[in-house]
Ligand binder design. Sequence first.
Ligand code: HEC
Length: 136
Amino acid sequence: MRFFLLFLLAPMAAVALDLTEQQRADIEARIQPFSAVCVQGETCGGGEVMADAAGRSGEDVYNGACMACHAAGIAGAPKVGDQVAWVDRIAKGMDALYDSGINGVAGTGMIARGGCADCSDDEIRWAVDYMVDSSR
Ligand code: HEC
């Protein structure tokens, strides 16, 4: 019995010892992105679903949904990159701006989610971050 266990464990120990610290770090780095996606609670291992779980970037959402008004400043929209147009808005704080992005600004052309019905709250926040970062 003891002989059998040794026989079984010896190869495993040899494999573990063969890994240098660098190899170990490489393996952990390679595994890490997958485990990070799985932790978010969405389907693990499906390429498309992983992309959805991560969401579109703020820049993607901006280009798809917000640029139509905010690139040129249509209908009184603060133009992205125009620091003067944004300074008072930025002073209200990011939460107020996220709220405007998600719920719209009543009585203006700023409709809820800028009209992007399938944008998540987070995607709208990232788009607002992108617009503000580009307008400071
Ligand atoms: C149909 C045109 C239009 C589209 C599309 C649009 N906006 Fe706006 N947006 C406006 C207008 C007009 C204002 C100015 C509202 C006002 O008078 O405060 C505005 C203002 C804002 C503000 C500042 C609000 C505040 O509280 O000062 C934010 C943030 C904003 N938009 C985010 C977005 C985001 C994010 C998108 C895309 C998801 C988007 N907008 C798409 C027209 C638009």
